[in-house]
Design a protein around this ligand. Structure first.
Ligand SMILES: Nc1ncnc2c1ncn2[C@@H]1O[C@H](COP(=O)(O)OP(=O)(O)OP(=O)(O)O)[C@@H](O)[C@H]1O
Length: 400
């Protein structure tokens, strides 16, 4: 009853305007009971492991779900939080192990990251009996960037907003890379919006320290946003995030889903194929077997790509990328083409991307017509900007 009272108090006095229904209060109590009185060992951040003050945690309504998680609104120490509960399936040992690994890695990374464009974690708790993992982060009222874009008409997001959102994402990613971390699942669904339209990078379930990433075997990222070298389960570097950033930039400009006329597998296949290179048999397999599930990696696509006969040409669009909008400003199309280049070495670093976007932002402040008058830089301009890029790289970790 005391918990119920606290929850009500917090919701009435705190930032949130909305009152919870009776059902929600009941659920809040039953959830905290479930976690506290299950006899489970609940650990949170603290000496020697994770320890969480569960008496301070109140769980409200479920408002979103991931592939293996449910996300609830809640209050922790009078702050609005999002509570991600990941249950381990007892019947599938491999999946259970994978989820536990994702949880451990997400938690380890979340606690070392502090940046205005990276989601902040409040604490984590792991509850082993029944097997439920719990990650509590700040609550971002704007929801995901994907949700926001799906509410917009195609090509309707104003260019200054595109630029602002892109810069926020690039700053977050610049910081992440300065910490030696690869995100590996950068997409609009994993970018969350604050009430002030600031963007924060979230979901570090399959992130890794660059030195420990290995190849992408058995990888569960999302094909539509995935760099070709990762689809093929090859060695990969920070540049896979730059590729995904190119796709996110395309989403911002179009407000559409990349490759929405293809299944994820078809998209993966089309993205990886060189000009005049395909095998109609394999293409047909992809065409007919595509499951339509974004997360599916179970059809051995990397293996198929490896064994393609590159002499025939039946893939509709080789080395495909989503079509750029007909009126796409040169400033963006130039950057996007570099970011999603098939050759990772040709993709810029986030330091460079930030410098480029900041220069667009400065130019736009001085000249409202900047996007129509923009001309791509010559080698001479690039050389002039070089000292600024180096300075940006040095200051990335300091800023955070
Ligand atoms: N802190 C938060 N504030 C607001 N919304 C959130 C927050 N965390 C997650 N969400 C919402 O929940 C959705 C799923 O979250 P998240 O991607 O972290 O779960 P997941 O289990 O990793 O999902 P998947 O494995 O399918 O990518 C997000 O796209 C977003 O809409």
């Amino acid at each position: 009853m005391k918990n119920l009272y606290c929850f009500k108090q917090i919701y009435n006095n705190g930032k949130s305007e909305r009152r919870l229904s009776l059902g929600e209060y009941k659920r809040a109590v039953s959830w905290s009971k479930y976690l506290v009185s299950s006899g489970a060992e609940i650990k949170g951040e603290g000496e020697g492991g994770w320890s969480a003050d569960m008496s301070q945690l109140f769980i409200g309504n479920k408002f979103a779900s991931g592939r293996h998680s449910r996300i609830y609104r809640g209050v922790y120490k009078q702050r609005d939080v999002a509570i991600k509960l990941i249950s381990q399936p007892e019947e599938d040992e491999n999946l259970a192990t994978m989820l536990e690994n994702h949880f451990t890695s997400e938690v380890a990374l979340l606690f070392r990251l502090r940046h205005p464009n990276i989601i902040t974690s409040e604490f984590v708790a792991a509850c082993k009996k029944p097997p439920v993992f719990c990650i509590i982060t700040e609550y971002l009222a704007g929801g995901s960037l994907r949700k926001f874009l799906h509410q917009q008409e195609p090509y309707s997001v104003p260019l200054d907003l595109v630029l602002k959102l892109a810069l926020d994402i690039a700053h977050g990613m610049q910081y992440l890379h300065s910490q030696g971390i690869l995100h590996r699942d950068l997409k609009s669904e994993n970018l969350l919006l604050g009430e002030d339209m600031s963007v924060k990078v979230a979901d570090f379930g399959i992130s890794c320290l660059e030195s420990h990433c290995g190849n992408a075997k058995g990888f569960t990222g999302t094909y539509r946003w995935m760099a070709p070298e990762m689809i093929k389960e090859k060695h990969h570097t920070k540049k896979v995030d730059v590729y995904s950033f190119g796709i996110v930039l395309w989403e911002l400009l179009t407000a559409m889903t990349p490759f929405d006329n293809m299944t994820p597998e078809q998209a993966a296949f089309a993205v990886c194929q060189k000009v005049n290179s395909s095998d109609s048999f394999y293409w047909m397999m992809v065409m007919t077997n595509g499951s339509g599930a974004d997360s599916s990696t179970e059809m051995h696509l990397p293996h198929m790509l490896e064994h393609c006969d590159y002499n025939q040409s039946h893939v509709p669009v080789p080395n495909a990328r989503p079509p750029l909008p007909p009126k796409c400003p040169l400033a963006f199309s130039h950057l996007i083409n570099r970011c999603w280049s098939s050759n990772p070495d040709k993709r810029p670093h986030f330091d460079q991307i930030v410098a480029i976007l900041e220069s667009y932002s400065e130019s736009l402040e001085q000249d409202a017509e900047f996007f129509t008058s923009y001309k791509p830089p010559t080698n001479h301009t690039i050389l002039r900007c070089f000292p600024k890029l180096i300075a940006g790289r040095r200051s990335a970790s300091v800023k955070a």
